[in-house]
Design a protein around this ligand. Structure first.
Ligand SMILES: NC(=O)c1ccc[n+]([C@@H]2O[C@H](COP(=O)([O-])OP(=O)(O)OC[C@H]3O[C@@H](n4cnc5c(N)ncnc54)[C@H](OP(=O)(O)O)[C@@H]3O)[C@@H](O)[C@H]2O)c1
Length: 294
């Protein structure tokens, strides 16, 4: 199977390339070689590679930055996704696309199943919702959209690395305690995407690691595990604060826990608790003299 993978260099694409099954020939494309907003570049890569499947891990992921740049974010997250889907349709390729818990408003009070109504609070969420719609409309039987949440890995820009850097520099930090979701390792999501690629699934699916917490709970676990593993050389007080004391340009859902049962059923595997995945990713974190390696 030949796979065209977009967004190489990003958190998820890096893990997808790293753990691809042996029988998949993955052609990873960074934005420099394939800009998904360029019809000419897409056409040329489809002609040369002739992929059986396209995995789109390219995205505008700056949630706050999208508030002031919604049309630029939409060009990548919605229009670019549609261009890829149209080429998949023209070449009879399957497409796996990644979306976000931020398509929900977080008011439901229980985990969101894949068919729950979307109601994004932010510009980023709207552009991602429109991208999902583009895939499902263009590829009703060969498009697969996997929503995930709170993605992190040992590289790239993410909450885990931001927290570790802050904790290495300070003795006291404040973290929001009234927004709930599920930290999800990019490695675990990548494994699940490859598992889904091995099924004939299409439509909407959810994947996160198991359980849920707040940003504060996530930060506290990062601290505690990093201390235990010797990644941090001092204790840090992590003060819980409400979100209204940490204003951000984009509004975020109060609780965006995803119901992943249909994915667990189709891949015949349950998600590991998010704390276990975090502990295993922390084993890969480079540390130099008690400070984060930047
Ligand atoms: N990060 C999260 O917490 C989170 C949560 C839920 C869902 N998701 C979704 O998960 C997916 C993967 O996210 P991630 O965290 O791996 O993102 P990431 O680390 O920001 O990687 C995205 C990659 O896409 C590239 N890119 C941007 N515009 C592009 C374009 N026009 N053409 C081709 N490539 C382009 C970026 O390149 P540059 O770096 O050069 O811009 C970057 O390498 C995305 O669909 C995201 O919306 C992420």
């Amino acid at each position: 199977m030949k796979c065209l993978l977009t967004g190489a260099g990003g958190q998820l694409a890096t893990e997808l390339a790293r753990c691809a099954p042996a029988d998949v020939d993955v052609r990873s494309m960074s934005i420099e070689s394939l800009d998904i907003t360029s019809p000419d570049q897409i056409a040329s890569h489809f002609e040369s590679i002739r992929p059986d499947v396209v995995i789109n891990a390219a995205a505008w992921t700056d949630v706050d930055g999208a508030e002031e740049n919604e049309s630029e974010a939409a060009t990548i997250n919605s229009h670019g996704a549609r261009l890829l889907a149209e080429s998949c349709r023209a070449h009879s390729a399957r497409m796996i696309h990644v979306s976000t818990d931020f398509v929900f408003d977080g008011r439901s009070g229980r985990p969101y199943p894949p068919d729950a109504e979307t109601s994004p609070l932010s510009a980023y969420g709207r552009t991602k919702r429109d991208g999902e719609r583009a895939i499902l409309e263009t590829l009703p039987s060969s498009g697969l959209v996997v929503r995930t949440a709170w993605l992190y890995s040992s590289h790239g820009h993410n909450f885990l690395l931001t927290m570790l850097k802050l904790m290495s520099e300070r003795n006291h930090i404040k973290v929001v305690c009234d927004q709930h979701g599920t930290p999800t390792s990019a490695a675990s999501l990548a494994g699940t995407i490859w598992d889904l690629a091995g099924t004939s699934a299409s439509g909407l699916y959810h994947w996160t690691d198991g359980g849920h917490t707040s940003w504060h709970g996530f930060a506290q676990a990062i601290h505690d595990i990093a201390r235990m593993k010797g990644i941090l050389d001092h204790d840090v007080t992590i003060e819980p604060i409400p979100g209204d004391q940490w204003p951000t340009p984009a509004r975020r859902p109060a609780s965006s826990v995803l119901d992943i049962a249909s994915t667990e059923a189709i891949i015949d595997r349950t998600a590991s608790p998010w704390e276990e995945e975090l502990s295993s990713i922390l084993d890969d974190i480079p540390v130099m003299n008690g400070k984060m390696d930047e």
